[in-house]
Design a protein around this ligand. Structure first.
Ligand code: HEC
Ligand code: HEC
Ligand code: HEC
Ligand code: HEC
Ligand code: HEC
Ligand code: HEC
Ligand code: HEC
Ligand code: HEC
Length: 432
């Protein structure tokens, strides 16, 4: 290889390079006229072997390197020296689409693509420190998996946020872009954990996860059957990731069960999607645009059937149908607790016991205000919804008894008692 030329460029090569002025420096090789592919003065790889060695060594391990997909395929050729770093291009999913069109098309149909828009649509986003959103810390650190529009990227650049618009490096990370990495459940862990979506914790301590992790550490045979996140959510590598109930577990058309339908209406009112009289608000368009809920029974059933087929690789169909039905049942039962709690707080607004925040569109508590809810009782409602209701049903779908019961259902019962007791106290105090 032409590596030997590089022998001159170790140690303080970078300082030397910068001093020389990169573009004027040229080293001839054996092949007359052609610069070496890793000339440190003029080539991406040569110079970056000094500037960011970890990037180059990762790239060298990648399929891209084997297939001669080099730095310029994703970063362009606008920047060629230390003096013109601002001319570099940073990739977006459209850059990858030049070679991976099918994967990008699938991706665009799924929920990950909508993550940036969903974050931006939340009222709470605008009250947070900018670093927590556009700066890729907090919400933005996970929601950058969403695809941004060209305008959004331009706006972010103006604010000094150059990075984080590539989305596709979320599971197969740069610069190895390894399929092997993306197929491990840990690829999902950073984002699918914690407060309101602890799928990592639930799955990894379920029998599914325990087996998969024992397989991964070599205790169990490679061939042992154990589903990972990808088995159930990226069947056949499909990048269109979406579930039936979604994050918020709301659904249209409403369930047939009358009580459940009434409870879901109350939750939709709490989400500001329906107004107090049950009519759709402007937020319904957000729900549709961000695919927050499946909007037809057919669409919902199609996804459910696909999931049943997945479980049926290892379980009987009867077992699978019954287990998923129990998840639905738990949503119904938690919705009943939730609706009661929402109505109690709506009652406090109505009777003037606590002032309804001006920013709320309706006379219902706005669950999407998140932690910005102004009083303690409203904060308990927020946790009941976003933390405990989530755990109850997510735990059921992820076969984790402890999350479902103790971290989910049991906490909801406690939240509801606390809300009731505080509401009574507040009413008594208001009368005095
Ligand atoms: C002569 C040296 C040199 C060459 C040649 C070079 N780069 Fe760079 N590049 C740099 C330096 C220096 C930086 C800034 C590094 C830093 O901030 O730590 C940089 C930064 C970058 C960045 C990050 C951008 C940013 O804003 O921090 C990318 C991406 C990049 N280079 C890609 C390339 C590509 C692609 C090529 C070839 C087309 C290339 N580089 C050629 C020296 C070089
Ligand atoms: C398959 C596409 C692809 C290829 C090929 C590629 N990069 Fe990148 N690179 C990316 C992505 C994606 C990012 C993240 C951009 C962002 O966050 O906006 C990135 C970021 C970078 C950064 C900034 C990273 C950081 O963490 O600070 C540097 C420097 C860089 N690339 C250099 C290179 C060099 C040098 C090569 C060739 C050895 C190369 N890239 C090849 C896709 C690629
Ligand atoms: C110029 C064409 C080109 C571009 C642009 C490109 N790739 Fe690739 N990519 C390839 C080729 C060729 C392969 C190897 C064949 C294959 O596996 O499809 C590959 C393979 C991959 C693999 C599989 C690696 C493995 O371990 O098997 C991933 C993941 C990947 N690319 C992601 C990306 C992402 C993400 C981007 C954008 C940031 C991107 N690629 C941009 C051409 C490209
Ligand atoms: C640790 C990563 C992470 C952080 C931090 C995070 N989110 Fe999320 N967010 C996710 C994941 C993962 C989901 C999907 C969870 C699910 O479906 O169970 C999600 C779902 C959502 C949804 C629901 C979208 C839908 O279509 O149903 C909204 C809205 C949202 N997040 C907004 C925010 C806001 C606003 C913040 C900051 C206050 C935030 N997120 C912080 C990872 C994160
Ligand atoms: C949620 C995680 C995740 C994200 C985000 C993601 N991928 Fe993947 N990717 C995977 C998984 C898992 C595989 C392995 C699929 C398989 O073969 O079973 C994969 C494989 C690939 C491959 C390897 C070859 C192939 O087609 O199987 C390419 C190329 C690829 N992804 C491109 C992309 C592009 C482009 C994006 C952005 C639009 C993207 N990926 C975003 C998880 C992800
Ligand atoms: C055995 C299959 C299976 C495995 C393994 C699995 N899930 Fe799920 N997941 C489901 C089912 C079933 C649902 C509920 C689907 C519905 O809406 O009807 C679900 C729902 C979800 C949701 C939507 C909110 C919720 O929790 O109900 C997210 C996000 C999610 N899973 C992420 C993950 C992640 C991340 C992993 C790995 C840490 C994982 N899942 C492992 C089957 C699985
Ligand atoms: C960089 C953070 C990040 C990573 C990594 C990530 N996700 Fe997500 N995921 C999100 C966010 C954010 C959402 C919510 C998007 C929305 O609804 O707008 C989401 C949504 C989902 C949903 C859809 C839930 C619904 O509302 O229907 C599923 C399922 C899911 N992810 C599974 C996975 C799996 C499986 C992996 C790993 C292969 C993974 N995710 C990796 C951030 C991530
Ligand atoms: C790749 C194989 C595989 C897939 C796919 C799979 N499971 Fe499992 N599942 C297992 C294994 C193995 C066990 C552990 C059995 C035991 O405890 O003896 C298990 C255990 C369970 C358990 C715990 C109860 C019990 O019998 O031990 C539930 C509940 C469950 N699975 C539900 C599901 C559902 C629902 C799906 C689809 C969403 C699914 N599984 C998909 C392999 C799988």
């Amino acid at each position: 290889m032409r590596r030997s030329v590089l022998g001159y460029f170790t140690g303080s090569a970078l300082a030397l390079l910068l001093a020389l002025g990169a573009t004027t420096f040229f080293v001839a090789t054996g092949t007359a006229g052609e610069p070496p592919a890793d000339d440190p003065a003029t080539t991406c790889i040569g110079c970056h072997e000094q500037v960011t060695p970890g990037v180059v060594s990762d790239w060298k391990l990648s399929k891209h390197s084997q297939e001669d997909v080099s730095c310029d395929a994703c970063h362009g050729t606008g920047h060629t020296s230390a003096a013109d770093v601002d001319k570099v291009s940073l990739p977006t999913p459209d850059t990858c689409a030049e070679c991976h069109e099918e994967r990008v098309e699938q991706y665009k149909k799924g929920k990950h693509a909508l993550a940036w828009a969903a974050m931006k649509a939340m009222p709470t986003t605008h009250g947070l420190p900018a670093a927590m959103t556009d700066g890729q810390k907090g919400c933005g650190g996970c929601h950058k998996i969403g695809i941004k529009t060209a305008e959004e990227i331009a706006q972010l650049k103006q604010e000094g946020n150059l990075f984080g618009s590539s989305a596709c490096d979320s599971c197969h990370t740069r610069h190895t872009f390894s399929k092997k990495e993306a197929l491990q459940p840990q690829a999902c862990q950073t984002c699918h954990m914690g407060f309101d979506h602890p799928q990592w914790e639930m799955w990894s301590s379920s029998k599914h996860g325990v087996r998969a992790l024992l397989r991964q550490n070599g205790t169990l045979d490679d061939g042992v059957a154990a589903p990972t996140c990808q088995t159930c959510h990226m069947q056949e590598g499909n990048h269109e990731v979406i579930t039936q109930w979604g994050f918020l577990a709301v659904r249209l058309p409403l369930p047939e069960d009358k009580q459940w339908a009434a409870d879901q209406v109350t939750i939709l009112q709490g989400l500001g999607v329906l107004d107090p009289s049950g009519q759709p608000t402007a937020r319904l368009d957000v729900v549709k645009g961000a695919k927050v809920a499946r909007l037809t029974q057919e669409e919902w059933q199609e996804g459910r059937d696909k999931m049943i087929a997945t479980c049926s690789q290892c379980h009987s169909k009867n077992f699978a149908i019954a287990e998923l039905q129990k998840g639905d049942d738990i949503i119904r039962d938690t919705d009943h607790l939730m609706a009661e709690a929402i109505r109690i707080i709506a009652g406090l607004y109505k009777d003037g016991v606590i002032p309804k925040p001006k920013s709320y569109a309706s006379s219902f508590p706005d669950l999407l205000t998140f932690h910005d809810a102004p009083t303690v009782i409203e904060q308990i409602l927020f946790e009941m919804f976003l933390k405990h209701r989530m755990r109850a049903f997510q735990g059921a779908f992820h076969s984790n008894p402890d999350y479902s019961l103790w971290y989910g259902w049991s906490e909801m019962i406690r939240d509801l008692s606390e809300i009731k007791e505080r509401a009574e106290e507040m009413r008594r105090a208001a009368k005095k």
